[in-house]
Design a protein around this ligand. Structure first.
Ligand code: DQA
Length: 147
């Protein structure tokens, strides 16, 4: 059974009460429940982690090979700033899919550049919580074709 690590970056712990006009009212716990239900349907194992501390996430990515087959990540604000996160994803060698709840290209110019997208197999942006489910399905299809 493929094993997928789902990573939520900074401030996503505040989903539900953070800018609901942009991100909606769904909480992170509810998003994770949806991801686990989708994983059962797809026949994959998932672990979901969230941190506001970049080093915690960098360590999780570095430790992922051998335990996980792929990564789904919403890098949140680190999308636009973090060369370290980009290098970690590239360096770990696992296929990763970038996720955003909002359509980052329809928002302020500072969100139009992703440092992460070039080291991912793909990106899903703008479908709210469904972005995670589409990313998980896309990653699973990629992994099954690669076998
Ligand atoms: C986000 C978009 C980012 O620009 C922002 O910093 C976030 C959330 C999204 O899911 O839409 O924190 O990644």
């Amino acid at each position: 059974m493929p094993r997928i690590l789902v990573i939520h970056g900074p401030n996503l712990n505040m989903l539900g009460r953070r800018e609901p006009e942009v991100y909606g009212r769904t909480t992170l716990a509810e998003i994770d429940e949806g991801i686990r239900a989708k994983a059962r349907e797809l026949g994959v194992a998932v672990e979901c982690v969230q941190s506001n501390h970049e080093g915690v996430i960098l360590d999780r990515i570095a430790e992922a090979p051998g335990t996980y087959d792929g990564i789904v990540i919403n890098p949140a604000a680190w999308t636009h700033t973090s060369v370290a996160l980009r290098d970690a994803i590239k360096g770990c060698g696992l296929p990763a899919v970038e996720v955003h709840l909002s359509n980052i290209y329809a928002r302020e110019p500072l969100r139009h550049t992703s440092l992460i997208a070039p080291v991912c197999i793909g990106q899903v942006s703008g479908f709210g919580p469904d972005s995670y489910l589409l990313a998980l399905e896309g990653l699973c299809r990629y992994l099954s074709k690669r076998e």
